[in-house]
Design a protein around this ligand. Structure first.
Ligand code: FMN
Length: 898
């Protein structure tokens, strides 16, 4: 894409014959580049078609939707062209997820963000003003979408940057007539003559610095001139960074909102400075412009750490305790049933090309029942005369496009315009218009004409026509306000004059759904994820290892090497055993210290740890409740049993249930290493884990089996089940080295393979995108190649595409792993390779260990021996060397569990 863009920029300046005949090589490469991008787009389409996904996204819209007017689908070649356009003009998201792919992004938004940061560093006063504004809106909290519209100064900064550095710095226009008699065309007060076939190249960067519009300081960065009021006063066409006319940038609103949100978060949380204080702005021009060689240093502000920053960024996502999920804006629950009032029909129709008005129509429809209405929602063109009845108020929500109706509103519009009589007598209607003041001459033209037509035909407006300017970025809030404060009250007054608001309930049954407070209390940064896939990885009879693939909540991002915290529940059987032991009926309830009423079953399943070993104090309390017991009896109780197990062994114990509850610690999340890479799919992650099971032999010879709460919970989940999770970033050291030329050695046993699987996936992705990576060695310990070799052949293939060499140690099939029983033995066997990669002396490579303590000890002993061999027998300081090596995050990282 980069070389294609560079050549495209140059070709614009050359006559095409010169390109074709003189610059043949460049032309051939140019067409090869286009072919490659088309080929990639084709593959994406093929994959999407094969997946038969019903996602409501752009690719599916292009593939399957039809034009409402012509009923034609987009031709295949147009789908491909649009995909390439989006690739070029697309988002910068890949940068956030994959710092190593930074060079891949050649897009307008990333260019814009770079220029904004450059301008801010040059103008400290502007950054301070922006920070004050952000503080007054966000405080120290997280950003939400609605806040973007409350940051006018930040918007001023973005507009001003786009003025000085329009990332798409020009466009070409051409007279459109096919009639030769219309030529030549004279423009600019007859000053310029344009002949047929001639084009005019509009140099936006020059237009944007016109002193007759922007004054003597047109060359200076001054966001104040771009604040809303000033901005609206600018002469037409003096600010056009998003192009012109019907084919103006489709991503305009998206790009602006994205830039405001991103910049607000960056300015709120970081200080910036130029890496090279003497840097002078150097702009690379192709079809787009970008600063070249601009490097900045950033520092977290206000004593933030990466962890506190992450918490802040995710903050506010979890619903506060007890907040209602259904119809949050509906009236309060009432005692009188909903059925006491008949629902009245309501017609909601919309005209929309890009979905804004459609969304607003659905918002209104969703809330209608709460206000006593039974809504029908239609596009304007689907409305038939018989839909418009005196008994049914009509709400119209529409946009305008170049002064014309949206595609799915043109028929109704035409019909309304042609109506001469007054067929709408007795009808009530209301119009909500979405428009953009940038189209000053035709701003709100269609909503206005539709409203006029209804009135002319005899309809009565329920409320005055309302308007929103999408350029302000506040449509959702304005619409909410209009619906809640103006439209619904007016409709109620008209149709239910005597009925109190209380009669309209949120749901017919009066049921409300609440987010459990446990998530916000125990897993404050958490969200609800969905199980995508589950599978067992080991044979029956072997210790169980499993894989679970989770679809992440939106906005939850991770890096390979990070962990997922899962909030489990106790197993149903254990909960029932507790309830049976205490003779509790299934519907028994408790009231918590915070006055919340909940069932005992829920409390035991969700809020407390049932599988924790009883403490000595717990054991003494239980023994004390046994009639005629004495302290010594506690010695007969095995250590490690849970309070429930002890109580089951002591049927005469009379421990009160409340005392039992006091023994139970609150439920805690469990952490699991992620075994996937977001580069493969940022929306899902995979966990590879062992299902924990342990057996304890009691003093009387009987045995008791324990099941790990977290892993048993995960193992019980099925596809489409929901679970509460949060991403827990690992320490910096436990990620792949930033520098791809650093060789790595990974050592693991059992499910310690998980994070390294993530690394292998990440390396495979990086390599497939052209990155050159240093070699990697992966040492894996397990029992037997036929029984618990996780992912076996699949991993071999993946490793080879990731440039990773695999070495196994099979503890129960040594002969199949070069005589090595444990993974450390295999490490020792391959020590020449390992030392070459880790480079003990030249500080080259990095080593990772993940597994039980014994694995770490084994690795430590191999490494120390290697060091002694290198330094000569009897070398002193080997322990000090090892400690220093272990502590150096650039050289070594470990995750040890037991
Ligand atoms: C090519 C184009 C032309 C537009 N023309 C007008 C216009 O003439 N008058 C106006 O008020 N808004 C105009 N707008 C703004 C849209 O009406 C506005 O973005 C609206 O919210 C789109 O609604 P929709 O997403 O439901 O289609 C135009 C937008 C585009 C992209």
């Amino acid at each position: 894409m980069n070389s294609f863009l560079a050549e495209a920029g140059i070709r614009m300046l050359r006559p095409s014959v010169v390109s074709d005949y003189v610059y043949r090589n460049q032309t051939r490469k140019f067409h090869q580049d286009i072919e490659l991008m088309r080929h990639i787009a084709e593959q994406v389409i093929e994959r999407r078609k094969a997946s038969s996904s019903s996602r409501k996204d752009l690719v599916n819209a292009m593939l399957y939707e039809k034009d409402p007017v012509t009923d034609k689908a987009l031709p295949h070649s147009s789908v491909i062209d649009n995909m390439i356009t989006f690739l070029i003009a697309g988002q910068y998201v890949s940068i956030c997820h994959a710092p190593r792919l930074r060079k891949v992004g050649h897009e307008t938004t990333s260019g814009l963000l770079s220029f904004i940061i450059y301008c801010l560093i040059q103008n400290p006063a502007a950054i301070e003003k922006a920070r004050d504004e952000i503080k007054s809106v966000l405080g120290n909290g997280a950003m939400t979408q609605n806040m973007a519209s409350k940051l006018p100064y930040m918007m001023g900064i973005i507009r001003e940057t786009l003025r000085l550095y329009p990332t798409a710095p020009g466009f070409t226009v051409q007279p459109r007539s096919t009639n030769p008699e219309d030529y030549p065309v004279h423009i600019g007060k007859e000053q310029y003559v344009v002949r047929q076939g001639e084009a005019i190249s509009v140099q936006i960067a020059t237009v944007h610095r016109d002193p007759t519009v922007y004054g003597d300081d047109a060359e200076s960065f001054r966001p104040e001139r771009m604040l809303d009021e000033e901005f609206k006063k600018l002469p037409k066409n003096s600010w056009k960074p998003f192009g012109n006319g019907a084919r103006a940038c489709i991503g305009r609103a998206f790009a602006l909102q994205e830039a405001v949100i991103t910049m607000a978060l960056l300015v709120q949380n970081f200080d910036f400075e130029l890496a090279d204080p003497n840097y002078e702005l150097n702009i690379r021009k192709t079809i787009t412009i970008k600063p070249v060689g601009l490097q900045i240093r950033i520092k977290l502000r206000d004593g933030l750490t990466p962890a506190t920053l992450q918490r802040r960024l995710l903050g506010g996502k979890a619903l506060p305790s007890g907040s209602a999920l259904t119809s949050p804006r509906g009236p309060k629950r009432s005692d009188s049933p909903m059925d006491s009032v008949d629902l009245r029909k309501l017609l909601i129709c919309y005209g929309s090309n890009t979905g804004t008005c459609q969304t607003l129509a659905h918002v209104l429809s969703r809330d209608a029942a709460a206000h006593g209405f039974d809504p029908t929602i239609l596009t304007m063109d689907k409305v038939q005369p018989h839909h418009i009845l005196p008994s049914t108020p009509v709400i119209i929500i529409t946009a305008s496009y170049e002064g014309q109706p949206p595609d799915n509103a043109s028929k109704l519009f035409k019909w309304l315009q042609a109506l001469t009589e007054s067929p709408f007598k007795g009808i009530y209607h209301a119009v909500y218009g979405c428009g953009n003041r940038d189209w000053a001459a035709t701003f709100q033209r269609i909503p206005t004409l539709v409203d006029d037509a209804f009135i002319r035909c005899g309809s009565t407006p329920i409320v005055q026509r309302a308007t929103s300017d999408v350029a302000d970025g506040n449509v959702a809030n304005e619409f909410d306000h209009w619906a809640d404060e103006i439209l619904w009250p007016a409709l109620k007054k008209l149709y239910f004059p005597g009925v109190s608001e209380q009669s309209f309930d949120v749901s017919r049954s009066g049921i409300k759904i609440f987010q459990s407070p446990r998530t916000s209390d125990i897993l404050p940064d958490g969200g609800v994820a969905t199980v995508d896939d589950v599978r067992r990885l080991t044979s029956l009879g072997e210790p169980e290892k499993r894989q679970i693939t989770i679809r992440l909540p939106s906005a939850m991002a991770y890096r390979a090497g990070d962990h997922i915290a899962v909030l489990p529940t106790n197993h149903h059987d254990t909960v029932k055993q507790v309830m049976n032991r205490f003779g509790m009926a299934h519907d028994t309830k408790i009231v918590t210290a915070s006055d919340e009423e909940r069932s005992v079953y829920t409390h035991l399943r969700d809020f407390v740890e049932l599988n924790q070993a009883a403490t000595d104090k717990n054991i003494r309390t239980i023994i004390a409740s046994v009639p005629n017991s004495n302290e010594d009896d506690s010695r007969s109780i095995s250590k490690g049993l849970t309070a429930l197990q002890i109580l089951q062994n002591l049927p005469t114990a009379t421990l009160p249930f409340t005392d039992y509850l006091d023994m139970l610690p609150p439920m805690r999340p469990r952490r699991y290493s992620i075994s996937s890479s977001p580069l493969a799919d940022p929306t899902t992650c995979t966990l590879t884990y062992s299902v924990l099971e342990d057996t304890l032999t009691n003093p009387d010879g009987t045995t008791t089996t324990f099941h790990g709460t977290g892993s048993t919970y995960l193992a019980g989940l099925c596809r489409n089940d929901r679970l509460h999770i949060s991403v827990q970033p690992s320490p910096m050291a436990f990620h792949l080295p930033e520098d791809p030329s650093v060789p790595i050695v990974m050592v693991c046993a059992g499910s310690g393979l998980a994070p390294f699987l993530g690394f292998v996936h990440e390396r495979a992705q990086l390599r497939s995108s052209g990155a050159k990576l240093a070699p990697a060695l992966l040492f894996i310990g397990c029992r037997h190649p036929d029984r618990d070799m996780l992912y076996s052949s699949q991993l071999q293939d993946l490793a080879s595409s990731a440039g990773v060499k695999l070495f196994y140690a099979f503890s129960r099939a040594k002969s199949q792993s070069n005589g090595c029983k444990y993974v450390q033995d295999r490490l020792e066997k391959e020590k020449e390779l390992v030392m070459d990669a880790v480079g003990l002396r030249d500080n080259r490579g990095k080593m990772y260990v993940c597994g039980g303590l014994r694995v770490l000890e084994g690795v430590s002993s191999v490494m120390k021996k290697a060091y002694v061999k290198l330094e000569g027998a009897g070398s002193v300081g080997v322990d000090e060397w090892w400690e220093a090596f272990r502590a150096d995050g650039e050289r070594f990282a470990s995750e040890v569990f037991d």
